[in-house]
Structure formats: structure tokens, C-alpha cells
Design a protein around this ligand. Sequence first.
Ligand SMILES: Cc1cc2nc3c(=O)[nH]c(=O)nc-3n(C[C@H](O)[C@H](O)[C@H](O)COP(=O)(O)O)c2cc1C
Length: 390
Amino acid sequence: MRYAADRPLGLAPATVLDYRELARRRLPRQLFDYVDGGAYEEATMRANVADLEAVLLRQVVMRDVSGRDPAVEVLGQRLSLPIVLAPVGLAGMLAPRAEAQAARAAEAAGVPFVESTVSICGIEEVAKATSAPPWFQLYVMRDRSYAEDLMARAEAVGSPVLVLTIDLAVVGARHRDTRNAVVGEPGRRAKVRRGLDLLAHPRWIATVALGGRPLTFGNLEQAVPGARSPAAFKDWVDAQFDPSVTWEDVAWVRDNWKGRLVVKGVLDSDDARRAVDAGVDGIVVSNHGGRQLDAVPSTARVLPEIVDAVGDRVEVLADGGVRTGLDVVKMVALGARAVLVGRPWAWAVAARGEAGVRHVLEVMEADIDTALGLTGQTSLATLDRSALRR
Ligand SMILES: Cc1cc2nc3c(=O)[nH]c(=O)nc-3n(C[C@H](O)[C@H](O)[C@H](O)COP(=O)(O)O)c2cc1C
């Protein structure tokens, strides 16, 4: 898949990657890289895209493919498309009140939005922006009372699904963030250059920094002393990620959450079986978009073996590298009930706000429809590996 500079934009964005290019032009470098980058040498991040691109659909013609239906049942909900907007931390730095904007776009498309623990808009604000409450993504922090409080808030707004992210016991090094001095202790020169990067984007300053009030962390305000300062927030988050978390904590969350529970960040069949034993309703096969451990396999690569291991007992979802509706169809054919998309909606909201996210979902829907028609299928619910070339 060709990226950015060598892909001239036409008069209107047509694809997710066009939105990436628009986001690159609009955002300060430090924010674009925060979204766009991955861990270490970014090999896993690239593999997510490349391995999915290498999966081939099996074209089958002259079947009756009228009445194609992309809807699926996921965790007790009917989704118009097998797509979920993945939790993206700090999205509200990309566009004004970005989480609320994206949640509205998701609702219009009939798909769920997952509110990250580390969002700018709090869960109540996002729930108020839509009539379908968001799913809620939780990290189990060192201070368990904090997780309890967040679960109560998610329940109070009617979140039907809790997505417990379990691949952040320690944080992978994201070198782009180090180079941009967003992590580490920046010296005076680095601070000045960061400031200049922001000042070079006056439209971002006017619409997001001034218009969007991004320096509040809606889900963490009570927990983080001085949460209005990004540095205080980061210190708190760093101190709260808990490397001692185990499957017993998943069972603890299970006991404290009445709705559907999904764990996100499984890449291994043994872990998938343990998740099932801990009582979850679903798992997301994910490597955090290649942002955690580099040199682990792409999700497209491990998805089939995980589906074979636990797919008859829990719902298996997947994310990583999905950039088109054809990618969605490939993931579903590999066994995913639905896919999460992270960067696609983050780029789109940065570039064009709610309208951008809506457009990206419309483009994916059109791709899915075409892929169904030309693989001789009418329903995603019955799609399986026979739709792929071996
Ligand atoms: C900028 C950014 C922030 C993210 N923040 C979170 C987060 O707060 N919680 C979480 O569980 N996953 C987070 N993720 C991971 C996504 O939920 C998802 O797993 C990943 O983006 C999927 O890969 P894709 O971006 O290729 O679609 C983040 C990803 C990105 C790109």
C-alpha cells in the first residue's frame, strides 16, 4: 500500500489513505506521528498492513448476489457493518471534541464507538452526543478503585460492552514520540521546537487547542491530581500501568461488570483459552496496531489459529492494518466476527471531523458490498475461508 507523499491528492479524498495525507498536512508533526507511528522499528505495524494486503479474495461469478447484506450480530448487538471504531487515546487532541464527533459518525453508520479510558471527552459527554451509548475501554490500573469507578460510570451511561485492554502491562518504545520529544525529559531546545511545531499549525491552534479545550481528560479528572497539565497526566498514567496484572484480574473485572466483556490484545491461542476460562464473552486479536511489542506477528497471520482454538466458545474480533472494506471482508473471512479500526478514524476525524469519519465508513461499506458481490456472497454472517484463495 503506497503511503502519502508519493500519492498526490486529487480534488476530494476517496480512501482512508487520502485522509491520512490530509491529517498529515493539518496536524502538528508531533500529533501526526503519535497517531501514525508504532513501536521500535515498526515492523509489526507494517506487517499488519502488508499481510492483510497479501491475503487474496477468491472471485466467483454468475451467482445470484442481489440482496447483499453487510450486517452482523456482535455481542448481542446488530451492527450495520462488521466494523467497530477502536479506542484511540487522546483523540480529542486531533480535532475539537473528536470522540463525540466520531461517536456521532459511528451511530450514523450503525456501528459502535469504543471510548478509550484516556480520552479527552469523558464517557458522559460521548454518551450525550449519541443515542446509542459507546462501548467503554478500560485499563486495569494499579489503583483498582479507579477501575471500579470507571466501570460504574460506563454502566451508568448504559455501555453494553466493556473492552478490557490487556496488552499494556509495560509500554513499548515509540521512537517517533522520543524524536518529537513528546516522551522523555525534553531539554529547552526540544521544548522550543515542539512549540514551533504547534505554532506552525495555526488552524490546529484555533480549532483544536483553543476551540476544542483538549487539555481535560474526561475519564480521569477526579483521579489525576493536576489532570489539566499533560505532564501530570502522563506521570499519573505511567505510574498507574500495572505490570502485576494477571488473568485473576480479568476474573475480578468479570465479577464487577454485568454487561458483555471483551479482552483486547490477545495474539496467542493459549492466552485465548485462558481468556475463555476467565469468563469473557469475546476477545480482540490485536497487537495494539503495532504500538507495543515489535517483531510479533501481524493479526491477519495469527487470527485463523486463534479462531480455531476458541471461536466456538467466544466471539473473536480483530484489529490492525484494516484500511479498506476489502480488508474488512478478508478479516471476516479469516474468522473475525467484526474488526476494529483505529488509525482510519483518527486520520479522518483529524482531517474532516465527523463528516470525515462518516465518509470513511461509507467508503468501507461500498467496498464491502463490492467484495461480497464479486466473491459470490450475499451475507457476511456466512462468509468463511472458502472466500479466500489458498
Ligand atoms: C493513536 C492511538 C491511540 C491508541 N490508544 C488506545 C487506547 O487508549 N486504548 C486501547 O485499547 N488501544 C489504543 N490504541 C490501539 C487501537 O485501539 C487499535 O488496537 C489499533 O489502532 C488497531 O490498529 P490500526 O490503527 O491499524 O487500525 C491506540 C491506537 C492508536 C493509533
